[in-house]
Design a protein. Structure first.
Length: 246
């Protein structure tokens, strides 16, 4: 299972199948939940399970934390306080994963994982953007709070899909089966490719990260308030007005 990818199209599906994946979690930013679910369903077939997810953007651009959520019963806006986001995830009994902990300025730190330990279903211990110290830190956090690990391609570029995966020791052939395995903390192992090709993919993803957090971030800031997942969007009907930061 590749438990976190930002991209999904015909080329991504073909690559996932060539790499021997059984499932892919599609979890883009700033995309409304109904649209994520519809796109995931469109690209799923008998050979590849595509599960929808949302990497929620909590806080402001200055103080942001990402949380990966699956099995939402209702859409959740971005730009909410971390406390407000986690309370809503608890209310929905969603599957909550911690992507890239302590990574850059977009992640949950050790103290956040400790605070919400009872809500968290797994901690990401490797993706291709990790620098040498991120993996040990993430594994230490998972061990400290006795939480399972997961790995993903965290692919922002189609060619990275399938570079990292999580192998469960049970058979999983449905979205419900994957959600159950995550909730039950089923045994699994995090695996990845290695060698020069993997190193190259890592380099491309890190380069994309710098682009995303410079020019792309500047564009987002200029357009802030127009995102379809902004809490002021009519689709949310004011549900999050008490916990929104913008």
């Amino acid at each position: 299972m590749d438990l976190h990818a930002k991209v999904l199209d015909e080329a991504v599906v073909a690559r996932a199948k060539r790499r021997g994946l059984d499932a892919l979690v599609y979890a883009p930013h700033f995309t409304r939940w109904p649209d994520v679910r519809e796109r995931a369903a469109r690209f799923a077939d008998d050979d590849l399970l595509v599960v929808p997810g949302r990497e929620l953007f909590t806080g402001s651009w200055r103080d942001r934390r990402h949380v990966l959520a699956l099995d939402l019963e209702a859409p959740i806006a971005d730009f909410l306080t971390l406390e407000g986001t986690m309370a809503e995830l608890a209310r929905q009994d969603a599957v909550v994963l911690v992507p890239h902990p302590t990574f850059a300025t977009v992640s949950l730190e050790r103290e956040h994982v400790g605070t919400y330990r009872d809500l968290v279903d797994a901690v990401e211990t490797y993706n291709p953007k990790y620098l040498p110290w991120h993996g040990p830190r993430a594994r230490a956090i998972a061990a400290t709070f006795d939480l399972p690990a997961f790995g993903s391609s965290y692919a922002h570029l189609p060619g990275t899909v399938g570079e990292v995966w999580t192998t469960f020791e049970r058979s999983i052939d449905s979205e419900a089966g994957l959600l159950e395995a995550l909730r039950e903390r089923a045994p699994r192992r995090v695996e990845r490719r290695s060698g020069p090709t993997h190193a190259g993919r890592r380099g491309l993803e890190v380069g994309h990260l710098f682009w995303e957090n410079s020019w792309k971030k500047a564009e987002r800031l200029l357009l802030s308030g127009t995102e379809p997942t902004h809490p002021g969007h009519v689709a949310y009907d004011g549900r999050f007005d008490d916990v929104r930061v913008y």
